[in-house]
Design a protein around this ligand. Sequence first.
Ligand code: 6R9
Length: 670
Amino acid sequence: MSEPEILGESLPFEERIELPGWARVNVSVSTYEATLRKSLADPQEYWANLARELDWFQEWETILSKEGYPHVYHWFNGGLLNLSHLAVDRHAHSHRRNKLAIIWEGEPTDEKGQPKEVRKLTYGDLYREVNRMAFILKEKFGLKKGDRMAVYMPLIPEAIVTLLAAARLGITFTVVFSGFSAESLSSRVADLGAKLLVTADGFYRRGKTVLLKEIVDKALEQAPSVESTLLVRRLGVACPMTDGRDYYLDDLLSEVPQSIKVDPEIVESGHPLYVLYTSGTTGKPKGIIHDTGGYSVLLHATMRWVFDVRDEDVYWCPADIGWVTGHSYVAYGPLLEGATEVIFEGALDFPAPDRWWAIIERYGVSLLYTTPTATRAQMKFGEDYVKKHDLSSLRLLQSVGEPINPSAWWWLFNLVGDKRCPVGSTWWMTETGGVMISSLPGLALIPMKPGTNGMPLPGVKADVVDEAGASVAPGKKGFLVIQNPWPGMPGPPTGMFGDPDRFEKQYFSRFPGTDYFFCGDYAVKDKDGYIWVAGRADEVLKVAGHRLGTYEIESAIVSHRSASEAAVVAIPDAIKGEVPIAFVVLKQGHEPSDALRIEVRKWVRDGFSPIAEPSQVYFVNKLPKTRSGKIMRRLLRAVAEGRPLGDVATLEDETSVEEAKKAYEELGVR
Ligand code: 6R9
């Protein structure tokens, strides 16, 4: 394995930055180590103690059990709860009733750069809106516990209200990213068997409007389970409406009394809260199931340890609800803790690069959960945009989605956090449900190292291992594994929706004879026990922090009339972390041309998603394959990065690599 690095920057294992002035936490490594030791002596009891801090309708009988499948665990079996009760009712009936839950800002601004639309919802307001929405779902659409629905919405308050209303009724939902195409939408909706699709007429993005309803109509042709759609009028544009199937939310709401109450459905801890489709290495996207009880406990623990959230905080995570971060740390986590959070519809650099900083200043954001890509994009604009704003409200910065290169870390630490704020990089994935490896400033502030993820959470046993599953020496690259079950892991009944075998094979078969969860990431553990995740070890891409599978982009390409075969690989990108490039074999009768190159790129944009568009398309006559016909993407990556090819013993035809090299050198990356 090559030397670990992040975007060409080596990992500073020996760097240690202390923040003795950070007076709000217990600054002590020994506190952390003692907690970790205690938690690992009896992880179940440790998690159960945290679970007791939530409000259950009935306590569990067993902390951890399983039935049926080898690695589908049941956390807190017998326990009864409801997430919307925890995130909304509890606070609305407390001193937080008039506290702001959500501050929403729409993208459009006036000539002075001020937002045209800001909506503020207290916990009392949120309670009222969630109840009214639940009433509509239940009475108008007849949905009940066990039914399934889908959400295809921009980041507007109604989106969060919808998810909480579904949770209130025990309806299992899936959210599909609003930047995905009709095909991506219909395959997810159909796989889940959703009866209702909640969406909007569109939204604002970089000053333009993105229309959703036509995409929805196209998707519904392939999603027969959907009986109705519910539309939020975000733009107020005219939409094609099908009588008896499509309804506007405001029309229905106008008939629902403000004071309507819908009791939360009391569900079992293992009840599937949602299914989130995420990219894997082969086949169709995987529907990861998250339960209600274990997941809530993990969110509660991580909001405290990772974000140190307090009543006086204003929290902001700009993630979209279409991704797991927008679930765990936008839609539920902050609300579970009764926090005030900011949500923003638009692009962080629109209409000017400092929109991001203006929002922090406007609302006094204290806890910021950001991404390396957003940070690197800002670095390019220069420091003045940041310095123009008063960011003194900030007290803690965390990052997520991809490895953070040390120079981006320093930029956040020195400039944004003014050397006052801890900066961390929280490692986790859709499958883990919440943060697993991170600095834990809410528990103990141990010395920071620029670019590291930090240590596993208390209760989580993680390690870096070799091909055989044995621990690797400190400083050496290996595979990241989680060695014990954790609350928030993929839940009952099958871990992966409809596919328990694929679940087992994907995550638990890599190291036979162990119960290790295989994450698919490369990592290094340094001699102080800090873990540094350095990128994917499989065919999954992280483009600007968004998870995509090479196969998904390849299938989008080969659905073009001219393409017979495609191989997509990721190459490093100074801002987005990595970007896809595609090697494409054309069908007989089609000639390579610049126009076709552009057409194929646009095809992926429209047919799958703008974030998946290859930054370059290379036409070749054949792809490098093994004798058994498997595409050797590793060789294409080596070609693009100008690295030695390594082992080519299984390569069937060496001229394929020569050809790829030539195409790459002729055209460059952009
Ligand atoms: C939360 C999320 C998961 C993959 C994961 C890893 C990468 C996420 C990271 C990180 C290094 C971090 N990843 N956070 N790598 N440092 N702080 O992003 O979930 O979309 O499922 O992606 O993202 O490669 O395996 P998801």
